[in-house]
Design a protein around this ligand. Structure first.
Ligand SMILES: [Zn+2]
Length: 381
């Protein structure tokens, strides 16, 4: 946040420096005659309109320079460290006009989408938000900046020359989905014909690694191994790896088989992370059980081909023994069959009718769509 504040200060300085010549230009561009007590006409009326707007002077806008107007002029001159003579010459006009412009420009952005917050790498974000002003908006710059203030490739400046502009007009130029992981600022700046420049949006946001990479990162930092290493055999050997063909190629292996050996029955299975049992299968395969434990981050570890006393609703702590490896009633080897889900879908984890997957390529795993490749768990062993 300190960095963000520093960036804001730098931006404010850049903005000030860039707006100064414009303000000077507009102050000298407008030309008003010197007016004093006793004068009448449109110039006096303009003066009264400005004093009312800037100082809430409460003057009748009648074009008559009387003592009330003179008093208001003197008050303004005093407050702005000008000669207090009640005569409105070039210096007083310039000061008054600058104040009036600042006061009267209503340059702002309405509600919309301009706070990306947290994005997954590769995910797009659509911006929108209507910028409005009493004056024509001469320039709008929308873009993504690194937190050190440098622009990324996704900064776009347009010249609307209208009193309103929706930043969705440059949406296609700001490719959030192409940003590398990291922290950025999303900035919207606008200038209107009064010479006012405002930073309307400066929102810090992050681009995170994709969901599976983020889960893997969390898991390798926080989880514990589901079985002790002793007796563990290589899951990279067919048909133990994720995606290995099953049923003569009709189906893909939806998990990894850990601790694969002939006499593994009774081997303790531990919860890799704390959580709550959200699904129990009494007969996952060959009379063996399975439980699915959902973690605080939403991800689910499904421990299968086991024997367990836990049921839906049971809470487990990290490292707690939750089961033992079982032996099938139809023969074969013993193993922990382990599946992982992001927890972003709903319904039963086994789903023979599902044909699409969010995190793995479509291989017919016969599982819920938020299935992920659990091979990273091997790194915990
Ligand atoms: Zn398996």
């Amino acid at each position: 946040m300190r960095v963000k504040r520093l960036i804001s200060v730098i931006l404010a300085i850049i903005m000030l420096v860039s707006v100064l010549p414009i303000a000077e230009l507009s102050a000298s561009a407008a030309s008003y005659s010197t007016v004093r007590k006793g004068d009448r006409g449109n110039t006096v009326k303009t003066l009264q309109v400005m004093l009312n707007a800037v100082d809430k002077a409460g003057l009748a806008e009648d074009g008559i320079f009387g003592s009330g107007t003179q008093k208001a002029v003197k008050n303004f001159q005093k407050a702005n460290k000008l000669d207090v003579d009640g005569i409105v010459g070039p210096k007083t006009w310039a000061a008054l006009e600058k104040k009036y412009e600042d006061k009267s420009s209503s340059l702002k952005i309405g509600s919309g989408n301009y706070n990306p917050g947290s994005l997954l790498k590769g995910k797009s974000y659509s911006i929108k938000g209507k910028i409005t002003s009493d004056y024509k908006i001469t320039s709008v710059t929308v873009g993504v900046y690194k937190t050190n203030g440098t622009a990324t490739a996704y900064v776009k400046t347009v010249k609307p020359n209208a009193k309103s502009y929706d930043i969705k007009g440059v949406d296609s130029s700001i490719k959030f989905g192409s940003l590398a992981t990291g922290t950025y600022d999303f900035i919207v700046k606008a200038t209107d014909a009064s010479g006012t420049t405002k930073t309307l949006v400066c929102n810090e946001f992050t681009v995170k690694a994709d969901a599976v990479a983020a889960l893997k990162e969390r898991a390798l930092e926080n989880w514990v191994a589901p079985v002790k290493k002793s007796g563990y055999l290589n899951i990279k050997v067919a048909p133990r790896y994720f995606g290995a063909r099953r049923d003569s190629g009709a189906r893909a292996h939806a998990g990894i088989d850990i601790h694969y050996k002939k006499n593994g029955k009774g081997t303790p299975v531990y919860a890799m992370e704390a959580g709550k049992v959200v699904e129990y299968s009494s007969n996952f395969y060959g009379g063996m059980q399975a439980i699915a434990v959902q973690h605080a981050d939403g991800s689910i570890a499904r421990y299968c081909e086991i024997s367990t006393s836990l049921r839906v609703g049971s809470r487990v702590t990290k490292g707690q023994q939750i089961a033992t490896i079982a032996k099938s009633n139809i023969g074969g080897d013993t193993m922990l069959h382990l599946e992982i889900y992001m927890g972003t879908a709903s319904g039963k984890l086994s789903n023979k009718s599902n044909k699409t997957y969010d995190y793995v390529t479509n291989k017919g795993y016969n599982r819920r769509r938020d299935l992920v490749d659990p091979s990273f768990v091997i790194e915990l062993l």
